[in-house]
Write a protein that binds this ligand. Structure first.
Ligand SMILES: [Ca+2]
Ligand SMILES: [Ca+2]
Length: 703
């Protein structure tokens, strides 16, 4: 059986009774000495149970996390509401759910709008806190400082374990060190310099995210230890939705074609191989080893706070953005609503409010972190925050606490994982996939924590299922849930030209070996048939349209319109860019198609009928503002698809448009790009214009 990234084997003061109203009245009175410092340590993809004191991995030693737990509170039922990096981080920062803060996927450069969705960093900064963000930001790609942080140290995107382009307060600095240790050092420096004022540090580790890479000193830990088998390793997946049994490899993920989908057959039954106890699954030991440097760093931070005499006036929170599967149900990665993915570690030390060795079992969320920090800092909580301060729980007041919450997932890159909406209570998980026709899931998480027995549609649970369904709908309304979340950044057209951008008419252009307005005709000869004059592209002939800002397909609605008569079965009619960013109109087996590339992800629309040796009018559209591509031929909509990733500017690379071939770096080097076009092109035009489907159908008619 094949391994993939996703599937393993066959396939988470007078403070005693401080009430919010009282603190809302307090911020003016800046009693800076008494205001607590905040240190928030976020680990990437750390499971709720991957902490030494939990005991899931008997060999795992996390003495400093364990010490925080002993001197503080463990929230044993902590969850993220969306198990993916950027959405969870946006929720942590804003206390708002993805549907309201706009960051519902890792893709499309989604980023918080700091003017509309203020982070706890921005708010605390406004209240006189010295704030620092150190580490992985991961919303959008840039490492540049974001609003709300007096001190900024970050890397682009995911970052690397070794070798990062750090941006420190606007200056770019190359750092070759082991990133967990480096981020700890920057944190220690910041605390050392700011120990005399209230500060808030968000230390956001790269660890323990893939590719799990421990510090050199920790590489040989746990060598002889056995990893206990998870109960759900034996899940044969018979009562799981079919999409969970579908195996898809990296290449299939990146080169999406509807016609290939039929070939990816969901496996009927998973037959688990024996559990590999010596190694665990998918470099599981390296994942756990990567945590050791995080724990060591936490120890250094603890020691410094103690040395500075500010330990007990500092709120220390240790958490993760989401969990991770290590072979449970044969799964890897996260995203789903099962325990391993949605539960997160959450430990807090703040002796002024929280008794030592306290365990809280009420359901708390990543959305609760921001409002909690604000209440603890004596700052009023903005009404738009959807999470709740956990301070009442610390006082044993849970009468008005939540009894359920909404978990969501919007399809992100791995296209076969559908949109998920789920409701979680202390007793049940009910999970649905509204966009596909598949079975729902219902688990009794108390009696079946491994989520092996799907109770959906079982008559004896029909009342429970009905109640959870209605709870789900209620939570969707309460939290402003939407199936589609508009990108916050949508479209900044600036001074880019709109309307018809360029048109080449081969009926009356003197194109032979001539150049005009940065258009170069190479080897194209004139041809005449019953339709009149056209440009004959005879395999190797081309026309190069030099890159211009207005021909950038990433801006607005970009329309490509051409009138052609193909004379060979395979070939590129027109292309721009490469696998990185690009598009191509092509013929394959005489059938026209349209492909858009971003970051080596190819997104195809394939035509259905052959158009050999006859005139045909093709219109392709990139609606980048809403991530849709469309393809029309001869007055009909051939297909449209939601892009998993929008195209970015091609002009930074090679933005020249080539007719008749894909020049330079190819869009699809193993497929359609390799063939030159043989046949006629009569006209080709480019527009930047939002057109209705009816207009596009009209445009693509063969008159
Ligand atoms: Ca993550
Ligand atoms: Ca190219």
């Amino acid at each position: 059986m094949k391994l993939s990234n996703y599937f393993y084997s066959i396939n988470f003061f007078c403070l005693l009774f401080w009430i919010p109203n009282l603190c809302a009245a307090q911020p003016q009175q800046k009693n800076l000495v008494e205001r607590p410092n905040i240190i928030f340590v976020l680990v990437d993809d750390l499971r709720w149970d991957a902490m030494g004191f939990i005991g899931r991995y008997p060999f795992l030693k996390t003495p400093h996390i364990d010490q925080l737990r002993k001197e503080g509170v463990h929230f044993k039922n902590a969850f993220c509401t969306n198990s993916l990096c950027a959405p969870s981080r946006a929720t942590i920062l804003t206390g708002m759910f993805p549907q309201t803060n706009g960051v519902n996927t890792n893709q499309e450069g989604r980023e918080l709008n700091p003017d509309k969705t203020r982070s706890f960093g921005q708010i605390l900064q406004g209240e006189g806190y010295e704030t620092a963000f150190i580490g992985k930001w991961h919303m959008a790609e840039s490492n540049e400082p974001r609003k709300g942080w007096d001190y900024w140290c970050s890397f682009p995107g995911q970052g690397q374990y070794f070798g990062n382009d750090l941006n420190i307060n606007g200056k770019n600095i190359r750092n070759e060190g082991y990133i967990t240790d480096e981020l700890t050092k920057y944190t220690l420096n910041f605390i050392d310099k700011n120990a005399d004022k209230p500060f808030c540090v968000y230390l956001s580790h790269k660890a323990v995210h893939e590719p799990f890479t421990p510090a050199d000193r920790n590489k040989n830990l746990f060598i002889t230890d056995s990893v206990p088998e998870p109960a759900s390793w034996l899940d044969n997946m018979v009562n799981k939705p079919a999409w969970q049994r579908t195996v898809i490899n990296q290449d299939q993920r990146r080169r999406l074609r509807e016609k290939d989908l039929a070939k990816i057959i969901p496996q009927k039954i998973r037959k688990p191989a024996p559990w590999p106890a010596k190694t665990g699954i998918g470099k599981q030991k390296d994942y756990l080893r990567s945590l050791t440097a995080v724990d060591e760093g936490l120890g250094e931070i603890y020691d410094l706070l103690k040395k500075k005499g500010i330990l007990d006036n500092t709120i220390i929170v240790f958490a993760a953005d989401n969990g991770f599967f290590h072979g449970e149900h044969g799964l890897g990665d996260k995203r789903l609503a099962y325990n391993e993915s949605m539960r997160i570690p959450l430990v807090m030390r703040y002796p002024k409010l929280a008794n030592a060795n306290l365990t809280i079992s009420d359901m708390v969320l990543n959305a609760d972190i921001a409002p909690t920090f604000l209440e603890m800092a004596g700052v009023s909580i903005p009404a738009q925050m959807q999470g709740k301060s956990i301070v009442p729980l610390l006082h044993g007041k849970n009468e008005n606490w939540r009894k359920s919450f909404l978990f969501t997932y919007w399809t992100d890159l791995i296209y076969f994982i559908p949109r998920i909406t789920a409701v979680r209570t202390e007793k049940y998980l009910y999970s649905t996939t509204p966009d596909i026709n598949d079975i729902d899931e219902l688990y009794d998480v108390v009696n079946d924590p491994a989520e092996l027995y799907n109770l959906a549609k079982k008559p004896e649970f029909s009342a429970v299922e009905r109640q959870l369904k209605s709870e789900l709908e209620q939570l969707k309304i309460e939290t402003g849930y939407k199936a589609e979340i508009p990108r916050p950044d949508v479209e900044r057209l600036g001074n880019v030209k709109t309307g018809k951008l360029l048109s080449i008419d081969f009926t009356n252009t003197k194109f032979n070996s001539q150049s005009e307005n940065d258009i170069h005709f190479i080897g194209v000869v004139q041809n005449k048939d019953q339709r009149g004059t056209s440009g004959n592209f005879n395999g190797g002939a081309t026309t190069v349209i030099k890159a211009r800002p207005d021909l950038d397909p990433s801006k607005g609605s970009f329309v490509i319109d051409c009138l052609i008569k193909p004379e060979s079965h395979d070939g590129i009619i027109a292309s721009c860019g490469s696998q990185k960013e690009g598009w191509a109109l092509f013929l394959e087996n005489g059938v026209p198609g349209f492909v858009v590339a971003h970051d080596k992800h190819l997104q195809f629309i394939d035509g259905v009928s052959e158009i050999m040796n006859k005139w045909s009018h093709l219109v392709a559209v990139i609606e980048n503002y809403n991530n849709v591509i469309k393809f029309f031929a001869d007055g009909k909509l051939i297909g449209q698809r939601k892009m998993l990733l929008p195209i970015q500017s091609v002009n930074s690379n090679d933005g020249d448009i080539y007719l008749g071939q894909d020049s330079g770096d190819m869009i699809d080097p193993k497929g359609v790009s390799v063939h030159s076009y043989k046949g006629q092109i009569q006209t080709i035009s480019f527009y930047r214009e939002k057109m209705q489907d009816s207009q596009l159908i009209e445009l693509s008619k063969l008159n």
